[in-house]
Design a protein around this ligand. Sequence first.
Ligand code: ADP
Length: 203
Amino acid sequence: MLNIVIFGPPGCGKSTQSARLTSKYNLVHLSTGDVIRKEIKSGSELGIELESIVGKGELVPYNMIIKILESALVQNKNSNGFIFDGFPRTIDQAIDLDKILAKDKQEISTAISLCLHDKKAIERLLNRAKLEGRKDDTENVIKNRLKVYEEETYPLISYYHSQGKYLEVKGDCSINDIFYNITNIIEEKMALAQIDNNILNIL
Ligand code: ADP
């Protein structure tokens, strides 16, 4: 299985790249943000609760997120792998994801971060607000999401770095260039993993 984590500040383009990676490698795209927005749209009781949290740019409590994750993993057990987009968002979530995958003898293959300066992120999201009208794309909420990213999600860099899985790609280029750079590093990484495997088999 090819299990890719993709993360970066709001506006870095992770959803766009995830959609492309999903079709190139025939993976399942698990976007916690999309699942949450769907629930909000349904108008359910849970949706109303989620709306008030997401609308402030805060993180959704762990017990709600973990249910989304586990049900997606169970439903897609026989897939080629996953793109985890929006999960993990904290070190605790990353540790749990490793544990959940390990139960099925699986692991994260690589974690890619898309880097982008705050100024550019705010500019992109305000533009998106005009087109899509996402409720959490107002200037104050964007600033809070960036702060939450910095405090809660940015530490994932050292987490995956220490596992030798961390890869970084610049998010301030065209969609095609970013995709080209991501697929290059994924394929390099897969080729190296294959070489390691072959050596292990010989030994
Ligand atoms: P962004 O474009 O800001 O990265 P997403 O579309 O991935 O946002 O997620 C939107 C919102 O959904 C987040 O701001 C957060 O409130 C909530 N959310 C998504 N994934 C998680 C998660 N793994 N843990 C907690 N909250 C989450």
